[in-house]
Design a protein around this ligand. Structure first.
Ligand SMILES: [Zn+2]
Length: 458
């Protein structure tokens, strides 16, 4: 195991928690004195940092904030809101969220120190993943050096680490593959849907990725859930380890990363380690607001105590994850973790015939089939007024007609048993849209006059 941050990675889970608490306490005091947004908010609840003596008091006394609180503050105190916490002259740049939920975009200022901090979150994960100075790293996240802090922070991380970075996110697939063949990547960053697409594009050329890119050591994924068989299949085809990270514009960079173990080992999901010395992450039951136990799922509540501008304290991310305590990974690092492969958004959830259905669960079935290139999901009412879910499947061009016919009942049965709802399988008549970063595969037509698009960014 190669430690990146020897000091922190050598702590015990209890020592790490103590360090984290000390930093959080300092930050709460600092914000109360210097940040109008938090002082007003906490004063309105009768909360003073002196009362916050431990995690229970923190949970009890510090209010959770949501996107709407931040947008209201921005509207009342344009353009950044009173939570910016620094003078405009101290800002080195601004990010905004992608705003596809339709209720507006949050603005995040960052100072020069914040920019370095964002990069440092990534250096941990990149190093654990095996990236070293001079390694050829292909960044296929679109939007790098742009509005979103996630891909941008990776660019800064690669720079700090001294990797030889190729930013190909905006190039067409054909050009990406040409550049990759020319320069032989050692690492690749992308999202599961796009890895699927790259794999299909290689197949069309008759390329076996592990032979065409023999030096590839790792692929790091972000933003979507995926199944264990899918990840194992990708490791086989690409001849390298699959990794995963979780981050957000709200946090400013990476929150959690897989270690050298990768995202799947021995047909089990492994862990994304939380950088607990840089953020305070709670994983709470969305109903009781109590911390979930080992192996249970809950909502990620984010407190970013390492950034100067646009601090967040107890921000409800709407992201769903599974919690694992520190010291439970074979690497021996002390960090608490998210279970790899399982990040989803609560607002992705579809309620069909009274059953909670997650697109990720459907994808875990569909993308296990090498015959499937892409799919789209639709929920609507049929003529009899009954709820109906339809999965339109695009098969790869070389899948014979009899196999397509056989797959229809097989997929319908498997999906019904896996997610508890019958979904009709239909075949796409033309090519379905492909996604490079934020995936939007589901439409819900039950809400008249307002077609809601799922699987969107916040
Ligand atoms: Zn580990």
């Amino acid at each position: 195991m190669a430690k990146y941050n020897t000091l922190v990675e050598s702590l015990s889970p209890a020592e790490l928690k103590a360090l984290q608490w000390k930093k959080l306490k300092y930050h709460l005091d600092y914000l109360y004195k210097n940040n109008g947004f938090y002082r007003r908010l906490w004063d309105s609840k009768g909360t003073h940092p002196d009362q916050i003596t431990g995690p229970e008091k923190f949970r009890e006394l510090v209010p959770i904030i949501r996107k709407t609180d931040l947008l209201n503050d921005q509207q009342e105190n344009p353009p950044f809101g009173s939570r910016i916490g620094v003078k405009p002259v101290q800002l080195a740049g601004v990010y905004w969220t992608s705003g596809t939920s339709g209720i507006g975009q949050e603005l995040y200022g960052h100072t020069t120190a914040d920019t370095l901090y964002y990069g440092q979150t990534w250096t941990h994960g990149l190093y654990w993943q095996g990236v070293r100075r001079g390694h050829r790293f292909f960044n296929s996240f679109p939007g790098s050096v742009g509005q979103l802090a996630g891909p941008d922070s990776m660019v800064r991380g690669l720079m700090l680490l001294g990797a030889n970075a190729f930013h190909i996110g905006t190039a067409p697939t054909e050009d990406k593959l040409r550049h990759m063949k020319r320069f032989s990547p050692e690492h690749l960053a992308t999202v599961p849907a796009y890895l699927q697409r790259l794999t299909a594009a290689c197949e069309e050329k008759g390329w076996l990725p592990r032979e065409v890119f023999p030096e590839l050591k790792s692929i790091v994924l972000a933003t979507e859930a995926y199944s264990i068989p899918w990840a194992e299949h990708m490791e086989e085809i690409w001849g390298c380890r699959i990794h995963e990270m979780y981050g957000s514009t709200q946090q400013g960079g990476g929150v959690a990363f897989t270690c050298e173990v990768g995202s799947v080992k021995d047909s089990q999901y492994s862990q994304m380690h939380l950088l607990e010395h840089l953020s305070y992450i709670e994983i709470l039951d969305p109903l009781t607001r109590e911390p979930v136990k080992e192996g249970e799922e809950g909502e990620v509540i984010l407190t970013a105590f390492s950034r100067e501008a646009s601090s967040l304290v107890r921000f409800a991310t709407d992201d769903k994850t599974v919690y694992l305590p520190g010291g439970t990974c074979s690497c021996g690092r002390p960090f608490a973790s998210f279970l790899a492969g399982n990040i989803a958004r609560y607002d992705d959830m579809l309620k069909i015939k009274m059953v909670n259905v997650w697109p990720a669960a459907i994808e875990a079935v569909l993308f296990t089939y090498p015959e499937i290139a892409e799919y789209q999901g639709r929920v609507c009412f049929n003529e009899a007024g009954q709820e109906q879910a339809i999965l339109t499947i695009e098969y790869k061009a070389d899948v014979p007609a009899e196999r397509r016919l056989a797959l229809k009942p097989e997929l319908e049965t498997t999906i019904r048993s896996r997610v508890g709802v019958f979904m009709e399988i239909a075949e796409a008549q033309s090519m379905l849209p492909r996604f490079e970063f934020k995936v939007r595969r589901w439409t819900d037509e039950r809400k008249l006059g307002r077609q809601r698009v799922f699987y969107t960014a916040n």
